[in-house]
Ligand binder design. Structure first.
Ligand SMILES: [Ca+2]
Ligand SMILES: [Ca+2]
Ligand SMILES: [Ca+2]
Length: 655
């Protein structure tokens, strides 16, 4: 059954959904055009297929826009008996030619030319074979107004990462949907817990109050509607609650909501001055994607379910001048865990499909940036073409890429704006600063030397734009900071101060603002307390937070407000002034304005002298700690004497 046809928004139509509904393909065969019941439609069209006539089940994409930089748009039609079909579109402003048909007759690729002045509304695509005719409705959509949308991530942002299933349940009706019953169980760490898009909408004010300016949600693609028994961890089948196992790249998972709900979320976020970053995956599909047993082209995937490479994770080989092609191949073409079907971006139709899909989500929702999953496992030439296509249509929309590696030479090679070692400019705006992340954990949780921090920053020359890197002390793929050996609240706060004041764009992982604990995946994705019906307390409100939680929350809030207030913390050049085994002092300097940050990572109080001439501070200047924990400073000659309590940090500005 086609998930898009069956979408919940069709069952519960609302006024605001009208536009989305119009965009959905209404699929019918000629003989049954008058049918109004979608359930009956699917049933009956199946019997049509048995009769040998052509049948259309799905259009990817189901709609497109006039005046778009991609024209013709490639429509992948899934159905039956499509071999030898001829296409007819009764419209003067839309023309279609058949590009190819799969040998099985279950896929047909159509090039669709849309006249720039084409009026929004439906067009009927008619496919005819000697045995019969099938029709499907394709929608020409009015582009969303650009004002206030498609803004792109910038150094001024603070990102808040949410795993939607684990944040807040705003709609109990989608917890155990009829279509995918039996996947919801809050006692099981790898089952759906009921969080959804409505729950995020309901807590945008919380995110705003905290001080984040952008939200990143793990993928909202439709994932498989039954238990996943292929990927197991010793306790039976799991679910793909995390969203990374798409079975339909053109639909929102029914546990999270609908496409119109996602649009509503983006609009509501924009109204509150919050950007939205969509998590996308171009490397692989979920193991149950219908393409796996019947790929649209013979080379759609790298290998087949029965015969493929397994990914060996040796990502450095993709830029290693000494790596043999065969070694690199298992990184680029291997299936994750030997399970996840690896898309082949060298297949021209697969590449077009993926590029169009990215632009479709942006165009349908008005989102601002993309977080791209598993970047090193895809040919860099594809990223180059993909980012150029994004820029052509949405010049401000940019991409934050995941290269999960501690080696800055590898991560840096993926940042765009200049050719990489292979001559390819990926066009990626930002990468997660994992090289720095590992040092943050080492110093501020495990108590290792703080020198490792400036030592990591010394590799900034390997990046085309270090200020655009996304800095983090935690995320959904690593154990929580507070569950790291040696971690305590004081160390967490120092780490947060560092992340929010050093160069880069800070990432806050939901729950770290209240010092949540949790080990490795999936324990690091516990439900946010208060986000779910029946929770004993509500940590979204001050009265629902215990003492340490409230202290950490207020600390992060203060840091975010200082970041908003003080331009050097966002845009300033970072100048390291002093480092010893457990003390570190640096300035952020923008124009004539500077901010001084001092950290004592030791378990005892400390005092040290710092020469502040490079930070544009002159004799007699007085400085004040914005965090209110350290004494003020007075510049004497060209230096200050910093005095800090144990495990603490100060952010000094001129009074
Ligand atoms: Ca729900
Ligand atoms: Ca699903
Ligand atoms: Ca791959």
């Amino acid at each position: 059954m086609d998930p898009q046809v069956e979408g919940a928004n069709i069952r519960n139509p609302r006024k605001s959904m009208a536009r989305i509904l119009r965009a959905m393909p209404v699929i019918r065969t000629l003989a049954f055009a008058a049918l109004s019941s979608l359930a009956a439609l699917v049933h009956l069209s199946t019997s049509m297929a048995a009769a040998g006539g052509p049948e259309i089940l799905k259009l990817d994409p189901p709609n497109w826009w006039p005046g778009h930089s991609i024209n013709p748009v490639m429509i992948l039609i899934r159905g039956n008996n499509l071999g030898g079909a001829k296409v007819e579109i009764a419209a003067r402003d839309v023309k279609g030619t058949i590009l190819k048909t799969s040998q099985s007759g279950t896929y047909l690729f159509l090039n669709l030319w849309v006249e720039p002045g084409a009026r929004p509304g439906p067009r009927i695509i008619k496919l005819t074979t000697p045995v019969g005719t099938a029709e499907a409705r394709f929608e020409i959509s009015a582009p969303l107004a650009r004002e206030g949308r498609f803004k792109g991530l910038s150094v001024d942002d603070v990102i808040y990462l949410i795993v939607p299933d684990r944040f807040s349940d705003g709609d109990a009706a989608n917890n155990d949907p009829p279509r995918s019953i039996g996947m919801w169980d809050r006692t099981k760490a790898r089952f759906y817990h009921g969080g959804d898009l409505q729950g995020i909408i309901d807590h945008l004010d919380y995110i705003k109050t905290l001080g984040a300016t952008a939200i990143w949600l793990t993928p909202v693609y439709d994932n498989v509607d039954h238990l996943n028994s292929l990927e197991q961890y010793g306790d039976g089948p799991i679910t793909d609650y995390h969203g990374y196992g798409a079975i339909d790249f053109y639909a929102v998972d029914e546990h999270l909501g609908t496409l119109s709900k996602l649009r509503e979320l983006v609009d509501r976020a924009h109204q509150m001055g919050i950007k939205v970053i969509q998590d996308q995956v171009a490397n692989h599909t979920g193991p149950y994607h219908p393409w796996v047993s019947d790929p649209p082209t013979p080379t759609w995937f790298n290998g087949t379910e029965a015969n493929h490479l397994s990914c060996d994770w040796q990502t450095w080989t993709v830029i290693d001048p000494n790596a043999a092609y065969q070694v690199r191949k298992s990184v680029l073409e291997g299936w994750f865990m030997n399970i996840l079907p690896d898309l082949n971006q060298n297949d021209p139709e697969a590449a077009r499909y993926l590029i169009q899909n990215t632009l479709w989500w942006v165009g349908m929702t008005g989102l601002d940036a993309i977080r791209e999953d598993t970047v090193p496992y895809v040919p860099r030439s594809f990223w180059s073409a993909w980012t150029r296509a994004i820029k052509r249509e949405y010049p401000q929309v940019n991409v934050l890429g995941e290269v999960f590696d501690g080696n800055p030479a590898l991560v840096g090679s993926f940042q765009g704006g200049r050719p990489g070692p292979d001559g390819v400019d990926t066009g990626l705006y930002s990468l997660f600063d994992y090289p720095l992340y590992f040092q943050i954990r080492g110093a501020f949780a495990q108590g290792k030397s703080i020198r490792d921090i400036p030592r990591a920053l010394a590799a900034d020359w390997l990046y085309s734009n270090p200020n655009a890197l996304v800095t983090l002390l935690g995320g959904h793929d690593v154990p929580r900071f507070m569950s790291e050996k040696g971690a305590d609240v004081a160390g967490l706060e120092v780490a947060q101060t560092f992340v929010m004041t050093t160069r880069g764009i800070p990432l806050l992982y939901y729950g770290d603002e209240i010092a949540m604990t949790g080990g490795g995946d999936p324990d690091n994705r516990r439900d946010f307390p208060g986000g779910f019906p029946g929770d004993p307390r509500n940590a979204f409100t001050p009265s629902g937070r215990n003492g340490p939680e409230q202290t950490v929350f207020e600390h992060v809030q203060k840091l975010a407000s200082l970041r908003a207030l003080l331009a050097p913390l966002r845009r300033g050049k970072q100048v390291d002034l002093f480092v010893s085994d457990q003390q570190y002092c640096y300035a952020r300097i923008a124009g004539t304005q500077s901010v001084l940050i001092a950290i004592n990572n030791d378990i005892v109080p400390t005092a040290f002298d710092v020469s502040v001439a490079p930070a544009l501070l002159s004799d007699g200047a007085t400085l004040f700690d914005q965090l209110g924990k350290a004494a003020g400073l007075k510049v004497s000659g060209s230096s200050v004497r910093v005095e800090l309590p144990a495990r603490s940090a100060a952010i000094y500005t001129m009074k």
